[in-house]
Design a protein around this ligand. Structure first.
Ligand code: PXP
Length: 241
């Protein structure tokens, strides 16, 4: 199965914001990633707009020809309003708190079940596919199925850390979680700390993996290899080549 590569371009915005001005241009980066073969563009606007700004999200919507994935915490009304205005292909709900460096935990789909069900319904009624960020835990995947979400995004930081130390068994929890998701009719995405070393092994072991979103490592590699080569390299890894 073709696993989609959604390129998270937040880091391009971080670089731009460090100097003011519009260099590098995040809209151009989105256009180029698509041209170079990305199957989607991901952005994660945070309330302080320290990387992707809300205005960037509106501008990217105008040029998107692939899948647009917006990540964020729906506890922020501003985030919900933006998603409802832009109507992306997918919204990925993440329980991060304002000012957090990066996402560091999945949803507690059991204690937050009622809340998630309510907000997921809002997005789904607007025709937006919903994915929720979860740890690869049986209870959390089962809980996700009760929220009405279309997909889960498996939080891959633990896998990435273990893989880097040579512990390939870390994949087992993800294989099990993906199998439960499939049984429950949920699509499976994955993201966080995936890179050109750990990506192929991950994709090869999750036959129902639909999409990965990758930012930090891909943009870092692009400094060395260029954006076009890097997008192609990640696509090859995903295809198992
Ligand atoms: N998925 C979620 C929910 C994220 O918050 C992030 C980071 O913004 C990613 C995927 C991508 O992680 P990375 O930048 O490590 O590739």
């Amino acid at each position: 199965m073709h696993v989609k590569l959604s390129v998270n371009i937040n880091k391009i915005a971080t670089l731009r914001n460090s100097r003011g001005g519009n260099n590098p241009d995040v809209v151009k980066a989105a256009i180029d990633c698509q041209h170079f073969g990305a199957d989607g563009i991901t952005v994660h606007p945070r309330p302080d707009e320290r990387h992707i700004r809300y205005s960037d999200v509106r501008e990217i919507k105008k040029i998107i020809t692939t899948e647009f994935n917006i990540e964020g915490n729906p506890a922020e009304d501003k985030f919900v309003d933006l998603v409802m205005e832009v109507l992306p292909t997918q919204v990925t709900l993440v329980p991060d708190v304002p000012g957090q460096l990066t996402s560091s935990v999945g949803w507690d789909t059991i204690s937050q079940s009622k809340y998630l069900r309510g907000i997921i319904e809002v997005f789904k009624n607007a025709g937006i596919r919903v994915s929720i960020f979860v740890d690869p835990l049986e209870d959390m995947v089962n809980g996700a199925a009760d929220t009405g979400t279309d997909r889960i995004e498996l939080y891959t930081e633990a896998y990435a850390k273990e893989y880097a130390t040579g512990n390939k068994k870390a994949i087992n929890a993800y294989v099990a979680a993906a199998a439960i998701a499939e049984k429950k009719g949920l699509g499976v995405n994955a993201g966080h700390d995936l890179d050109r070393y750990n990506l192929k092994y991950f994709a090869q072991h999750l036959p129902n993996l639909l999409e990965v979103s990758i930012g930090h490592a891909l943009i870092t590699d692009a400094l060395y290899y260029g954006l076009e080569n890097t997008v192609q390299l990640y696509k090859r890894e995903l295809a198992g080549k």
